[in-house]
Ligand binder design. Structure first.
Ligand SMILES: Cc1cc2nc3c(=O)[nH]c(=O)nc-3n(C[C@H](O)[C@H](O)[C@H](O)COP(=O)(O)OP(=O)(O)OC[C@H]3O[C@@H](n4cnc5c(N)ncnc54)[C@H](O)[C@@H]3O)c2cc1C
Length: 226
């Protein structure tokens, strides 16, 4: 899996603080953006995070390039309705050089399972190639492709959606591949907006486990803002 933060709102924390301050200021956002002292930005962000005035977090967005993940992952990712997506098309992009795929470690670790997996991938790859040779359009040949097939996707999420995404997908209950993705995305945004994402992560990090009886019983230590 390769995950890159392609671009983001410049100075995202100042942008968010500006939007929040505008609600109570006699001057415009442009002036606030330019003149608000750094300490004021911090204190406004502290108030936002404590009060739940989270609509302000929607003014900063982050765009990620995600390569080398499975279709099983992207099927889960695109369930996040407040994010934006564009994904490599299986209608227009043909796998001419064999099928790239993601293999779960649980399968790779058991030689017999690994052999079975490789055999089926070889068979799918050969059948897919033959379908294309027979003139079957890629949009139909893809019907035989498994969840393991690799894909590429670009996603943009605002800071509010990212906090939610991290809550549910950094959680130990999330499926391993999307959990790995969420942790990589979190590591990429933390240096860019350290105050906003200070205590981002699974819900247990921010507010306590939300998984009830399904809890992993291994909550992260709570981060205290000061
Ligand atoms: C551990 C785990 C297991 C899962 N298992 C399954 C499963 O077995 N089957 C399955 O189908 N899905 C499953 N999912 C997916 C899950 O049901 C959600 O579709 C996915 O996590 C997206 O979350 P969301 O809807 O909260 O967030 P988003 O779509 O990212 O939306 C963010 C928030 O915006 C608000 N929102 C968004 N759209 C609406 C709306 N239309 N109306 C009101 N409020 C809205 C909600 O507050 C929502 O939490 C699983 C997810 C996880 C993390």
């Amino acid at each position: 899996m390769q995950v890159e933060l392609l671009y983001h709102t410049p100075d995202p924390e100042r942008a968010i603080a500006t939007a929040a301050r505008l609600c109570y200021a006699p001057v415009g956002a442009s002036e606030l953006m330019e003149t608000m002292p750094e300490e004021r930005v911090k204190s406004v962000l502290t108030t936002i995070m404590a009060s739940g005035h989270f609509s302000t977090l929607e003014h900063a967005s982050f765009t990620f390039a995600i390569d080398g993940v499975s279709r099983a992952l992207t099927h889960q990712l695109v369930r996040h309705r407040l994010a934006s997506f564009n994904q490599q098309s299986q209608r227009y992009v043909k796998f001419q050089e064999g099928l790239p795929y993601v293999k779960p470690r649980s399968i790779a670790e058991i030689p017999e399972a690994d052999d079975l997996f490789e055999d089926i991938m070889d068979a799918v790859s050969a059948t897919y190639a033959r379908m294309l040779e027979l003139g079957i359009p890629a949009e139909d040949a893809r019907f035989i492709l498994p969840n393991a097939v690799e894909t590429k996707i670009v996603t943009t999420m605002n800071a509010r959606e990212l906090l939610h995404f991290f809550e549910v997908r950094c959680c130990n209950r999330a499926q391993w591949e999307i959990r790995e993705l969420a942790h990589q995305m979190l590591a990429l945004v933390k240096p860019v907006a350290p105050f906003i994402f200070m205590d981002a992560g699974a819900s247990c990090v921010r507010m306590g486990c939300s998984e009830g009886k399904m809890t992993c019983g291994d909550p992260y230590p709570k981060v205290v803002r000061n």
